[in-house]
Design a protein around this ligand. Structure first.
Ligand SMILES: Nc1ncnc2c1ncn2[C@@H]1O[C@H](COP(=O)(O)OP(=O)(O)OP(=O)(O)O)[C@@H](O)[C@H]1O
Ligand SMILES: [Mg+2]
Length: 179
């Protein structure tokens, strides 16, 4: 397992949905091979589902399939080589204790995490299971109606190198990084 203390952060600013999708599509190109979890956190309407759509596009998924799974909890999309699982833990917020644990188990996320697929999880801050072997966290903040700041935290093996490659690819695509 990757040392959870070992991480590398890339900060990106976006000024539109299209830019948030482009950041995610770029991330798809630098994700490690095999199983990886992408945990998205941030307030309502921050852009988590938009980011998922961009990431899915980068992984060869037909993006017309990608909607917010808030009431379904977990959806699967066939991607290029890898399945993409899309989960939304928002409704776990309403539950506590044993109810939250039972609801978490019923989602089925624990069965697919750390497999060979890409698991994208909205409301990652509500995740209750063990730390995934390879994790990229994306924390969103809303600056105003159109601007978002994304903190992309690589908690993967060779995370410094992954972050460096991601930064270079973002710059090559004209996206604005800040550290
Ligand atoms: N820079 C931006 N990036 C992403 N979305 C943006 C941006 N600027 C404005 N938006 C708007 O913010 C909203 C983001 O919606 P989205 O469903 O992606 O958010 P979410 O974080 O998944 O919300 P929820 O918490 O309800 O799941 C959309 O209405 C989109 O048009
Ligand atoms: Mg959403």
């Amino acid at each position: 397992m990757t040392d959870p203390d070992e991480q590398a952060v890339v900060t990106v600013a976006t000024a539109s949905v299209a830019e948030t999708e482009a950041v995610a599509e770029t991330l798809a190109r630098v994700l490690p091979a095999g199983g990886v979890t992408v945990g998205l956190s941030g307030p309502l309407g921050a852009g988590k589902t938009s980011f998922t759509r961009g990431l899915a596009a980068g992984l060869g998924v037909d993006t017309s399939l990608v909607a917010s799974p808030t009431f379904l909890y977990l959806t699967d999309y066939p991607g290029r080589g890898r399945i993409v699982h899309h989960a939304d833990l928002y409704r776990l917020l309403e539950l506590s204790g044993a109810d939250a644990a039972a609801a978490y188990e019923s989602i089925g996320l624990s069965a697919v995490l750390d497999g060979d697929s890409v698991c994208v999880v909205e409301w990652w801050d509500h995740y209750q299971g063990p730390a995934p072997a390879a994790l990229v966290r994306v924390e969103f903040t809303i600056e105003n109606a159109e601007h978002r700041r994304l903190f992309v935290v690589f908690q993967t093996s060779d995370c410094e190198r992954a972050a460096e490659t991601f930064r270079a690819e973002l710059l090559a695509s004209g996206l604005t990084t800040a550290g």
